[in-house]
Structure formats: C-alpha cells, structure tokens
Design a protein around this ligand. Structure first.
Ligand code: NAP
Length: 248
C-alpha cells in the first residue's frame, strides 16, 4: 500500500484531518477533500508536507456528483488509488422529526448517504480487480447514533448512519472477491467542531458523563482505528463495523 493514494472526504478538519495525518505517516499520498474551508485544507496539506509526506487539497462537496467525479480525477493524476475514507458528514440543529423540513432531511441524506455511496462507486471502479484494478480498502464513518437513534436531537442523522452500516455490510460482500475490503467505524462523542456546526458546541463534553469511559474521544483515536483498518494488519476484516466510542 505504500505510495498509494488515499482519498479522504472532509479531510480538512476534525476526524478527517487526523486521519489524513495518520495515513500520511504510514506512507499514503493523501487527497484532502474539503467542502468550503480552503484554509483548513491547506493547513492539513502543509502539516503533512512538514513531515515529509505528500498531499493535495481538492474542493469537493460530496452532495454534488460532479464534484465527486472531479475529486477522483484529481486523485488519478496524483497516483494510484489504494483507499477511500468516506468521512465527510453533517449533523443538523437539534430538532424533533415533526419539526424537520424536507430540505434539511434531503441535504442530510445527500451528503451522508448518497455522497458516500457515489464516492465508493468511483473507488470501486478504480480498485476492483473486476475492472483491472489493484484492490484496496474503503472505510466509512458511521456513528453510534446508528444504534442509539438520537431521539430529540437528530433522528435524520442517526438514520443516515444506519444506512451507512447497511451499505458497509452489503458493499463489503459485493466486492470481497475483487480485492476490496470495506469497513466502518462508529465513533462515539468525539471532540470536534461538528457539535458547534449543529448549534450545540458543548454537546460532547456535556454528555461525557454518560460515556462508560467518562470522557469524550479525540479525533486521533478514531484515526488510529481507520488506518489500522486500511493496513494489511486488518487483512481478514471486511463488512465489519467497529465501535470506537469509549463503550457508548
Ligand atoms: P467536523 O469536525 O465537522 O469536520 C467535517 C469535515 O467534513 C470538514 O472537513 C468539512 O469540510 C467536511 N464537510 C462538511 N460537509 C461536507 C460536504 N458536504 N462535502 C464534503 N465535505 C464536507 O466533523 P467530524 O466530527 O470530524 O466528523 C467526521 C465524520 O465522523 C462525520 O461523518 C461524522 O458524522 C462522523 N462522526 C463524528 C462524531 C463526533 O462526535 N465528532 C461522532 C460520530 C460520527 P470544511 O472544512 O470545508 O467545512
């Protein structure tokens, strides 16, 4: 896998950024996808280059198919694809289902579900031995919300992550004989800006007392699990979904 390219959607901040740094440290050339924060994406690229790694930043809203196709074309120019990390994801403001607009729900599904499936489509076209590819790995970011359902917070988000779990199982089986492993991580409460983006910056810390380990997680603790799944140490792991959640 050394010298192969990994595409990380939402690699500019949070878990994606930590995964970009960890993957670069393991020899991957990193395509750092981002939605709008070019400065954060460039900072991630600079941090990788400062450690003698290789990375490029590519603007890609995963809610837009044309952006996804352009992201993978940029990756093709950078090198041979070895892995995809479907990390980009959004939450919404705290709301009950009977308060949600159709636009909110459609955007949630477009980014978290359709975007991940379309990115995986582009990755499978390049990785699958059925298409003459070299094989590789696809890692999806789910959430423990898929199991908890997130009532009175964001059931639409939880449902989008439930879809990611089913997608991980099904795609893993579909391409298991074609050199591709597929797995997902279900993070628990991780200290990133996603909570502020949902209008509740203190959410993770406020709920940390409900975590069996009594603390929030760090983005690096998710990244470590992702790069392990990407490595040959996980060579017999596919269609697997791993909780990294302090027991939550
Ligand atoms: P974050 O800190 O909010 O960072 C989000 C990243 O995704 C940024 O790089 C952002 O790019 C990018 N992004 C947002 N919307 C996008 C779009 N439409 N297209 C492409 N990229 C987009 O999030 P995080 O906490 O690291 O979460 C990463 C993943 O882990 C998500 O799938 C999330 O659901 C999952 N997760 C997180 C937690 C947690 O507690 N943090 C728990 C469970 C699961 P810009 O910088 O350009 O805005």
């Amino acid at each position: 896998m050394n010298d192969r390219v990994v595409v990380i959607t939402g690699g500019s901040r949070g878990i994606g950024r930590a995964t970009a740094l960890a993957a670069a440290a393991r020899g991957f050339k990193v395509v750092v996808g981002y939605a709008s924060n070019a400065e954060a994406a460039q900072e991630t690229v600079s941090a990788i280059e400062a450690s003698n790694g290789r990375a490029i930043a590519v603007k890609c809203d995963v809610g837009d198919e044309a952006d996804i196709i352009a992201l993978f074309e940029a990756a093709d120019k950078f090198g041979t694809l070895g892995a995809l990390v479907n990390n980009a994801g959004i939450v919404g403001p705290t709301a009950r289902v009977d308060e949600m607009s159709a636009e909110r729900i459609q955007r949630m599904m477009a980014v978290n579900v359709t975007g991940s499936i379309l990115c995986a489509r582009e990755a499978v076209k390049r990785l699958s031995t059925r298409h003459g590819g070299p094989g590789g790995v696809i890692i999806n970011l789910s959430s423990v919300a898929a199991k908890l359902g997130s009532p009175n917070t964001y059931v639409d988000y939880a449902a989008s992550k439930g879809a990611i779990d089913s997608f991980t199982i099904g795609l893993g089986h579909e391409v298991a004989g074609e050199g591709i492993r597929v797995a997902a991580i279900r993070p628990g409460l991780i200290d990133t800006e996603i909570h502020a983006s949902g209008g509740d910056p203190d959410r993770a810390h406020r709920l940390s007392g409900h975590v069996p380990m009594q603390r929030v997680g760090r983005a690096e603790e998710i990244a470590n699990a992702v790069v392990w799944l990407m490595s040959d140490e996980a060579s017999y792991v596919t269609s697997a979904i791993i909780d990294v959640s302090g027991g939550r």
